[in-house]
Unconditional design. Structure first.
Length: 446
């Protein structure tokens, strides 16, 4: 049993080393950081590599008390930086053993374990920061958002671009009516995942990897490097393709600017459905109802090389000078295009342009009204300590995640769905239900 022994010995050694270093009184519930030394939060991080490493950096000014990762190499590297944090391979064990000494939890795992980890922490009254998409299924997103609301804890989803100034300026332009009433939005990403076949070979599980814990609630399958460490997004059991990866980032902008919430109708197209892997491209159309004085909106998502080509290539959109630069709309590999009655606004993470350019040559943008962010992680930390709301708390990012994931529900169902958001049901398509909720394998619960 060398595989199990090496992992066990690592954790035993690391735990022993950490035992004498952990300090500070026990905190009974998130939201009481005053019980911690110097008013710092006692934070546990689940997933410490990739986005987890960035999130570790984001909360490094607090008191790291526990680290969890299914890869012993990642865990050892993080433990070098945070030697006082107790190491774990299973977040359930971590929360069971250390729950009373944890204020807040950061979830940076693959999509399929977001919900079980976040829900467990929330039920224990912990503040939660979770990577995007918030969950792996529509049903999970509703459950997690409802839990956060009931527990009255601080939450934030990892759409860190939301904290940047450019998104604020775009929202202000749309709300000020710069392009007039918006009835149409196009959102696209060049990302391309999926189109892969399940491997037939079964190589041994690497010595450093806790494969069963990595699988989490997903159906069991043999280990293969085509899943880990970073190819899992292409598989329905683990990820959500390009739409799930980037939809929460780019669709966040129209959600914010136009006060969108739940679409009533969703239709999707893509290559023939593969039972195991996500599509190489997709086009999804979401129809949102009117919101007060705002008209209904159709939001169209594109990925895998698809874009609203006709709109971007219109004659006269930009000056000859701009056409020769990266600001030329036809050169944008990703973007958000608001189509209004008076013009268009094209934006992405860090840039924006009003179109047609000549029409807005003398345009004066509105004075900034949305305060600058103190930082995405900093917002969450402040919320944990003071109760001040974050900008991407789960009652906002839950509906955003539901909307993103409904695109693939419609794609997998093979037809447009009429969506009843209140009851989480496609009223015209019973077969969509299997994609709205997912079954957990034995030993795992939401």
């Amino acid at each position: 049993m060398p595989h199990a022994l090496s992992r066990r010995s690592f954790l035993k050694t690391a735990t022993a080393a950490a035992a004498g270093l952990l300090a500070g009184p026990l905190v009974l519930r998130g939201g009481e950081p005053g019980d911690s030394p110097n008013g710092k939060l006692a934070v546990a991080v689940i997933g410490v590599a990739g986005r987890g490493a960035a999130n570790l950096k984001g909360v490094s000014g607090e008191r790291l008390v526990a680290l969890c990762d299914v890869d012993d190499r990642n865990l050892a590297k993080a433990a070098e930086r945070f030697p006082k944090a107790k190491p774990y391979a299973d977040f359930r064990k971590m929360l069971d053993e250390m729950g009373r000494s944890i204020d807040a939890v950061v979830v940076s795992t693959p999509d399929h374990t977001h919900a079980p980890a976040a829900a467990m922490a929330l039920r224990m009254g912990k503040h939660v920061y979770c990577e995007k998409p918030l969950t792996h299924s529509v049903h999970e997103a509703r459950v997690v958002a409802d839990l956060a609301r009931r527990q009255k804890v601080a939450t934030q989803i990892g759409t860190q671009i939301h904290a940047e100034d450019n998104y604020r300026r775009v929202v202000e332009l749309v709300r000020a009516g710069a392009v007039g009433p918006v009835k149409e939005v196009h959102v696209w990403s060049a990302a391309r995942y999926g189109g892969v076949e399940r491997p037939t070979e079964t190589p041994p599980v690497p010595e450093y990897l806790h494969w069963d814990e990595w699988l989490g609630p997903a159906p069991h399958r043999p280990y293969h490097p085509c899943y880990v460490p970073n190819k899992w997004r292409s598989w329905w059991d683990f990820g959500s393709g390009a739409l799930g990866d980037f939809g929460c980032h780019y669709m966040d902008l129209p959600f914010w600017a136009l006060d969108l919430r739940y679409a009533r109708r969703i239709e999707a197209e893509g290559p023939p459905l593969h039972p195991e892997s996500t599509p190489l491209w997709s086009v999804v159309r979401y129809d949102f109802p009117a919101r007060g004085h705002r008209p209904p909106v159709r939001l169209t998502w594109y990925d895998g090389g698809k874009r609203p080509e006709e709109l971007l290539a219109r004659d006269g959109l930009v000056t000859e000078k701009t056409a020769a630069t990266a600001m030329n709309p036809v050169k944008w590999k990703s973007g958000v295009l608001f189509v209004g009655e008076k013009g268009m606004l094209l934006a992405d993470y860090g840039r924006r342009i009003l179109l047609p350019e000549n029409q807005f040559a003398d345009f004066q943008p509105p004075e900034p009204t949305i305060p600058a962010s103190i930082g995405h992680h900093e917002e969450w930390i402040r919320a944990c300590k003071t109760g001040e709301p974050t900008t991407c708390r789960f009652d906002y990012s839950g509906p955003l995640t539901e909307t993103v994931l409904l695109g693939y529900v419609a794609y997998r169902a093979g037809e447009a769905i009429a969506w009843d958001a209140e009851h989480l049901k496609a009223t015209n398509c019973p077969k969509a239900e299997q994609f709205v909720r997912r079954a957990y394998r034995e030993g795992w619960t939401l």
